[in-house]
Design a protein around this ligand. Sequence first.
Ligand code: C2E
Ligand code: MG
Ligand code: MG
Length: 572
Amino acid sequence: MIKNKFTIVWLDDDGESLGHINKILNENYANYNIKIVHIDEPEKIVMQLEKNVPEAILVSLDSEHGIGNLQKLNKYADDESPIVVLTPEADAEMAISALKYGAQDYVIKEHIATDSLFRSLRYAHEIHQLTGKLKKNSNIQQHLIFYDQLTDLPNRQLFFDRLFQSLALAKRTGNLLAVLYLDINKFKLINDAIGHRAGDMILKNVASRLNSCIRESDTVARMGSDEFAFIITDITDEKDIIHIAQKIISNVAQPIVLSGNKDSVTACLGISVFPTDSEDAEILVRNAELAHQRAKVHAVNSFQFFNARLDKKAVERIELEQNLRFALANGELDVYYQPQFNIQQNKLVGFEALMRWIHPQHGFISPATFIPIAEETGLIIELGKFVLNAACKQMHSWHKSGYGDLRIAVNLSARQFRDESLPKIVKTVLRNTKLEPQFLELEITESNAMDSVEHSIAMLSHFIDMNVRLSLDDFGTGYSSLSYLKRFPIHTLKIDRSFIRGIPENKQDCSITTAIIALAKNMEMEVVAEGVEEKKQLDFLKRHDCEIVQGFYFSKPLPGREIEAKFLQKKG
Ligand code: C2E
Ligand code: MG
Ligand code: MG
């Protein structure tokens, strides 16, 4: 005879009654294969569930931790198995609180010898299975109501539901929210040409690409046959919307491989922004649709904002980004040098290399504008290599002409600093340019260094091994904890310009500056004051034992030729 398996987990502090219960159940229900597993702590249910989900869990309330165990068990068991409790006596209150804490039934201990224990466990098991099935069915039904069957994306109804919620949240947080509307260009023609089945595959493919462009907290929904809409939340900067739009457009435009054939589709995107364009869900969607119509007229694979001001910004940014891609090849980038002086010894000690972009139409573009774009697009890796190479080459040539003790500082951006191949790049550049490593100083900003301390320490030690110098740029603005500073193998602290600006009038700036000088000295680091523009600042720094100074007072950053003419005349 095949016996029905019935596993019970018995949760009890001491497990003394295990033998007793086992005996009663197995004697009275011989046609069941009843197995009882004892656990003495609710946490241990997790391991049991991994091995085998029991038909029921029986919890003893006849112990010190009874009710507490039950509460915890519920958390760990996560509704996998029904729970029945064994109460010490006919204590109605205890039984009721057990039900409140998730037990399905209770049995009074004195009655276990009779029928009631196993009947209750079996009953709990049956009910649990039944409700499980019902729940599953209702989940499936819910899914059908709110999700598109082909793409499994939220449908129009769920989209608006989420939009209402997201708008309510955005009103509270004050953050921006964007609604993006997209359709696939000429989808009807494609569908007719390749057939509906292949058309469906394209829609599914596009849907999953769209989904991969957004964060989990954002939404993309299928609004109609080839129409999709997005809710992008928690935006603090308008330019982030441009980013996402670009990402979506370029993702959709990637080739799609269908049964060996490469196809591709194009899309247009319209964008409206809360609260600028409306605070109302329906109007935001309508405005995004209107912007989308304009994008369609404009060009394939393009996007337009409902708001013209944002459009202008987006266009400018995209143009700048595109121009930057060619700036290096077109010879529009250059490296300028700003001298650094030891003011205690009246001596030139070296230069900081600073990137310059001279655009043929727009003229000089500040690094503050183009470095963040280079950083976001990844172009900084190429540009960074260019600066490093040019600066090391220049310094080696100055060494050869008799200035063998000057050093060169080169800035590293966050992305460069995260790039695992950076040490190799630096090594190669030093080898190719023949500059000795102790004359190169790499600058990382304090905030980049603090971003991921362990990574920073590992990265910095590569450079220490190479004998390259390291300096912490913009010091005082990045919330360094002194204990980390101790762990960073740094040679130089550069006091941020914002503190030097207030010297000597602003007492706080003076105090911060003298404190950083003292800190650097105590930690045997050099200190460089940046942005010195006036004599009174210089006098203050001299008086307070600051050694190295850089700023417009001595010189602006200049091209190599001008540096030679102004500062490197004697020996050259
Ligand atoms: P930074 O590294 O802190 O560079 C110092 C900035 O202060 C430079 O601005 C310099 O021209 C400016 N400066 C120097 N002395 C004075 C002064 O007396 N008064 C004033 N008002 N400003 C002074 P720049 O060249 O515009 O560069 C700005 C930032 O762009 C740099 O700050 C650096 O973070 C970044 N940057 C520049 N070149 C590069 C580069 O090649 N690579 C990377 N990753 N970042 C760079
Ligand atoms: Mg710097
Ligand atoms: Mg700086």
